[in-house]
Design a binder for this molecule. Structure first.
Ligand code: SF4
Length: 333
């Protein structure tokens, strides 16, 4: 289907947009198992296809997984989710679209979990590159896709311009200085505070250099205690600590790329282009009426999402051909 759309000129390959939408699973919200009962699912008497798929996915991860507080014994792969009202079990359908005509170039079913949706973005981008030899110049997404790791991957590994708002928790709203009030000096590998004092990750040279990377993938830069103790701005900078510290993400340069893109006109256009995914999700729910799944398990969700996306592409292609090349379409009909 995507190959045909590419042939017909509906896929530009220049800009992709990504987003996820929550779809209710075929699992009754009143039938839940508490986290402690999850192990019971391994009992063969619960061995429905949806349960087997869930357990196989858990075992395939090979690392400890945080089991959610509430699990559906009917479809344990579905995630207990609340969206504007009482919680329910759901999956997310993740769309990667080409913004030229709004063609869905890939789709992925995931639990309704931001980390899973972000991971699906990488999976889809890689898969589209492998299958269709297509890699976008820009990727458009909302702030859910603006975390440091994904931005670092886009900019440094894939060479894709991130048209995504940066997920930034460093801004302070209590009147004290934020890290954006400090100037970064790439060559010196240090910040300069408003008083002109350096903040460094190391204040002396070690015989064996250390990476200083924390578990959160940051490097801590700090000012000298002597400078901060006599600084007139201390109450606005670090009122509760002897010296100012800034945690800099190892992907900060990629975050800066995204911040700079956000100031451009191209970014304004990308904000408009992003609506094309939202339109597809609205069509999926209101017109195709896929607001609740009929099949269970991750594979059931995948099959339904894929079929629905294919139907949407077919409809889009028919409209495109009809409006752009009426003579070709009428001949085909
Ligand atoms: S408190 Fe320290 S880091 Fe903050 S402005 Fe003063 S000297 Fe600079």
């Amino acid at each position: 289907m995507v190959t045909r759309c590419m042939k017909e000129g509906l896929v530009g390959g220049e800009g992709f947009a990504v987003d996820a939408s929550v779809i209710k699973a075929d699992a009754n919200r009143s039938r839940s198992t508490a986290r402690e009962g999850a192990e019971d699912l391994r009992d063969p008497q619960h061995a429905t296809r949806a349960v087997r798929e869930y357990l196989a996915a858990l075992d395939a991860q090979g690392e400890p997984v945080t089991v959610p507080a509430s699990i559906s014994p009917t479809d344990p792969g579905a995630r207990w989710t609340a969206v504007d009202g009482p919680a329910f079990y759901a999956y997310s359908t993740n769309y990667l679209i080409d913004v030229r005509a709004g063609i869905i170039v890939d789709v992925e079913a995931t639990p309704t979990l931001r980390t899973a949706e972000v991971k699906a973005t990488r999976t889809m981008i890689e898969r589209v590159e492998e299958r269709f030899d297509l890699k976008p110049e820009r990727l458009i997404g909302d702030m859910a896709y603006g975390n440091a790791e994904l931005l670092g991957w886009m900019v440094n590994d894939k060479g894709i311009a991130p048209h995504v708002p940066v997920w930034d928790k460093t801004q302070r709203d209590d009147g004290t200085l934020s890290s954006s009030d400090f100037e970064w000096d790439e060559r010196a590998n240090e910040y300069r505070c408003p008083q002109g004092q350096p903040l460094r990750s190391e204040w002396r040279t070690f015989k064996h250099p250390r990476t200083r990377i924390t578990k959160a993938n940051t490097i801590i830069y700090h000012a000298s205690q002597a400078a901060c103790s006599k600084c007139p701005m201390k109450s606005r900078c670090c009122p509760n600590t002897p010296r100012r510290k800034i945690a800099r993400s190892v992907h900060e340069s990629a975050r800066d790329v995204a911040r700079n893109i956000a100031k451009t006109d191209a970014y304004k256009q990308s904000r408009k282009d992003r609506k094309k995914v939202e339109v597809l999700f609205a069509h999926l729910k209101r017109i195709l009426r896929l607001d609740r799944l009929r099949l269970r398990g991750p594979n059931g969700a995948h099959d339904e999402f894929l079929l629905a996306a294919t139907a949407q592409n077919l409809r889009r292609m028919a409209k495109w051909l009809f409006s752009a090349q009426p003579e070709v379409t009428s001949m085909a009909i």
